[in-house]
Ligand binder design. Structure first.
Ligand code: SAH
Ligand code: SF4
Length: 411
């Protein structure tokens, strides 16, 4: 019997995608200028003497104009465009779902093709519009290896790291959807005004631990902040880490973005439970790395994130210890009301408790905004990402397994 493939189910499409992965064209997105020149020359598409000029042209089309199809690159000859298209990819990922919350928050589910022998992956990206700014919350991994006990992503296994191309795709596809790239009819060479942009800030606070995917995150953020391209100021990019101490100094020196630390507890015994990476890099080492963060100053403070968990870390003693712990560090404290998820044993602190806590640290001289929960109706809040899609994936996986047992298709 000839095995047949029913392509009407996502599982079957996945199975096919796994088999065709090897045929994928390499992407030009996510390469440094030098890597792009090398790719163009070694493929034989561009002679070495033209490499610099072609990279400049492509960089502009890709990152200033946001073009995702070579045919729109009008100052490149038709033949060269066709040849580039034959050899390289610049397309956006598939948008599986786009949800808009009643408060304007948007959440996308993007699907990326498999890498090597893997399977396609889906990740979530969230856009939060606020008065005078718009923040894109970007994922760095599919799942997470860490197991912070209050975080839903932490209950999901790490599937894989995202590549620089995929991390940038989150930003660029979000900009497409928000109309944040100049129109195709804008005269060539037009500079996108930084003011009036929908996405003004990026936070690496989606799924995953960015410092466990250092090289790809670094490549992506250097391209996102490149002044001749996507042009986001490094002061408007914040990388959040649970405390991967050995990579903290490198983050400042090699990427130069703003740092946020997921602190959540001020005593080692409690932090060991909430943020288990603390067993490896305890508070003393974490604080020393923060004090030594390159570029740290009153104008460039570290943000300390503190999730408010009822009767766990929300007493005034905790607030007192927090102020002591941060002494001498230019810091902002971000109090996050806990976002509950199905199956968690934690509860969010009462509002009065949060306010009392905030007042205490304000009096000690720290700015301590309480992060307003956004997008709750579409499960777009911190620590909730991927929950819905992960459930769907399980259904897909079961369908794929059933199909394989029945002898239809191979992965
Ligand atoms: N892995 C990185 C970045 C992603 S998590 C880190 O841990 O910093 C982004 C922020 O959301 C972190 O401060 C994390 O502790 C917080 N968070 C996770 N789950 C949460 C929840 N259920 N409610 C509120 N904040 C949560
Ligand atoms: Fe991973 Fe951050 Fe969640 Fe911890 S809080 S499990 S590091 S995503």
């Amino acid at each position: 019997m000839t095995p047949s493939l029913d392509l009407t189910t996502p599982a079957a499409r996945d199975a096919l995608a796994v088999r065709t992965a090897v045929q994928q064209k390499p992407s030009l997105i996510g390469l440094s200028r030098a890597e792009m020149a090398e790719a163009l020359v070694s493929s034989g598409v561009v002679p070495e003497r033209q490499a610099k000029m072609r990279v400049q042209q492509l960089w502009h089309w890709l990152y200033v104009r946001g073009v995702s199809d070579f045919t729109h690159m009008f100052n490149i000859s038709k033949d060269l465009r066709a040849e580039l298209d034959r050899r390289f990819a610049i397309a956006r990922p598939e948008i599986v779902e786009e949800q808009v919350s009643n408060d304007g928050t948007r959440k996308w589910l993007f699907r990326f093709p498999p890498r090597g022998a893997g399977r396609p992956v889906e990740i979530e990206t969230v856009y939060i519009p606020e008065e005078g700014r718009g923040t894109l919350c970007i994922s760095s991994q599919v799942g997470c290896t860490l197991t912070c006990s209050f975080c839903h992503t932490g209950t999901q296994k790490l599937v894989r790291n995202l590549t620089a191309e995929e991390i940038l795709a989150e930003l660029m596809t979000a900009r497409d959807r928000l109309g944040d790239f100049p129109g195709r009819d804008t005269p060539d060479g037009a500079i996108v005004p930084a003011e009036g942009r929908k996405i003004t800030n990026i936070v690496m606070m989606g799924m995953g631990e960015p410092l466990y995917n250092f090289e790809e995150v670094k490549k992506a953020l250097l391209i996102a902040s490149d002044g001749d391209g996507l042009s986001l100021s490094k002061r408007r990019i914040t990388l959040s880490t649970s405390g991967v101490v050995p990579e903290i100094a490198r983050t400042g020196a090699e990427i130069g973005v703003m740092l946020a630390i997921s602190l959540h507890a001020v005593r080692d015994d409690l932090r060991d439970m909430l943020v288990p990476i603390n067993k490896k890099y305890p508070l003393k080492e974490l604080m020393a790395a923060c004090r030594a963060y390159p570029g740290l100053s009153n104008a460039r403070r570290i943000t300390f994130e503190y999730v408010m968990l009822k009767d766990v870390n929300d007493s005034l003693d905790d607030a007192r210890l927090l102020v002591q712990l941060l002494k001498g560090i230019p810091a902002k404290i971000n109090l996050i009301p806990f976002n509950p998820w199905p199956g968690t044993n934690y509860q969010c602190s009462d509002w009065e408790t949060i306010e009392r806590f905030a007042d205490f640290i304000n009096e000690a001289g720290y700015a301590s905004p309480i992060r307003t929960p956004r997008g709750r109706d579409i499960l777009a809040a911190c620590g909730q990402l991927k929950s819905e899609s992960e459930r769907m994936r399980k259904v897909d996986r079961l369908a794929l397994e059933a199909m394989m047992i029945a002898g239809h298709g191979e992965a």
